[in-house]
Design a binder for this molecule. Sequence first.
Ligand code: PEP
Ligand code: MG
Length: 574
Amino acid sequence: MAESLTGIAASKGIAIAKAFVLEQPDMDIQRKTTDDSQEEIGRFNEAVKKSKNELLAIKEKTYKEMGEDKAEIFSAHLLVLEDPEIVDGVSSKISEENVNAEFAMKEISDTFVAMFESMENEYMKERAADIRDVSKRVLLHLLGMENTNLALIDEETVVIAEDLTPSDTAQLNLEYIRGFATDIGGRTSHSAIMARSMEIPAVVGTKNVTSTVKTGDLVIIDGMEGEVVLHPDDNTIAAFKERLEEFNKQKQEWAKLINEPSVTTDDHRVELAANIGTPGDMEGVLSNGAEGIGLYRTEFLYMGRDELPTEEEQFEAYKEVLSRMEGRPVVIRTLDIGGDKELPYLNLPKELNPFLGFRAIRLCLEETDMFKTQLRALLRASAFGNLKIMFPMVASVEEVRQAKKILEAVKEDLIKEGIDVSEKVEVGIMVEIPSTAVAADIFAKEVDFFSIGTNDLIQYTMAADRMSEKVAHLYQPYHPAILRLIKNVIDAAHKEGKWAGMCGEMAGEETAVPLLLGLGLDEFSMSATSVLPARSQLRKISRSEAEKLANEAIQLSTADEVEELVSSKGFILS
Ligand code: PEP
Ligand code: MG
């Protein structure tokens, strides 16, 4: 049996190639005294200049190949090199202490890295990673060393690294890089997100892949199972090649469906839409044939920065997405911050139970200036496409009424100002709190549509934290209680002539698709890469069969029984 390491499956696919282990350059930095501090400052300024030029080039390349939001990472890096606390700090240290530039740079950057790392929230931790990345670049110039140039790799390779910094990932030459594996990171780390947008297999968080694999070793990266296989024997290679071939064949089959309708064998049509986080995700949406955007999580516009985004910035982002969808539906969700998503600059009080606390619509209804700015940007953008506005974390009808009242007021202001606003903007809510799911008939009278947020609905219904490994066994999408809530929501919407969608992860799962179809779901919104597999599955099943399946499933006692039923009836086709 071949040896293997397990990590987190970060990006789908299988890569079989020789490893290139990205070594951390040995930067042994000593304190030296200098009698010419001006010369040291000159060397430092020169290194900063070279680093800036490199970063501008990487930013440009990233912008072209991966879009604006990924390129923004390098704007953050450039800002580090313009931060007076860092740049002037190094120069002052050189002249005040008569030390060499390398030592001054390392001391100053270590201080800032330690400061940001000790902070609790993710945004600040990421700033530490930015400073470390930039400081390494400057130090390599000062030491006259080469930054390992991943762009120079010219044979089929998988990259093995402790972590891949954004600058490393941007340099990967996709002609030769087949995939990568890292020691650290999670599904939402920079490297994982980049891998998915580059569509190369990746496994992150293996803990010790760099100490186990050597450059030149043959390895297999299985981005579906989150596995790295070392020194595979011929049989193992053959088995993985077969799986890869299967996967590629399937992808080719799916690709043929890009312009086909999402229709069942008995001619029932549904909408398969995609979830996005930024306009940069639009490439994937279009290349995977999504029929709409079922969820645009706007919180990313607010994250990774020091202050609220302006109305203009938001308008531009919303307009871009709406225009690129050319009249197809785009559901944009208003700010859903709180819980696991923090905004340090809002200085919100720490809470014992942030998932049950002051967040999302609750926050927006109090911070009305912030809310109105977003609604203005949304309504202005509505003139450029088919916008639907969605409020998150709704628990009571009063919240819906209040939010709609603010929306109306904002609309009136815009009209008074002579600004174009679409007359057809639908307003809906996320159904992700059990109170709303149970009383869906009441809510259905107040809104144009529902989108079921199962990611949260499951955690609140089962009282099982979606982030906790310890209670993961209770986080059950196929629990009869969840299926019954979903049915209740869909039926309530239809009774009022409204439509019901789902934008939780469940919508794209192979077991869920036939059940949701049978329960009458109108719109399924999922990660873009799941759209074609789901379309392929839908086109092979009939709605009437799916209805029978769903009716049977909601009578069962356990989630396991439901999953067995779906598979025993032949609805799982891959
Ligand atoms: C959900 O809760 O299902 C959802 C789609 O929203 P998020 O994952 O952003 O909480
Ligand atoms: Mg949610």
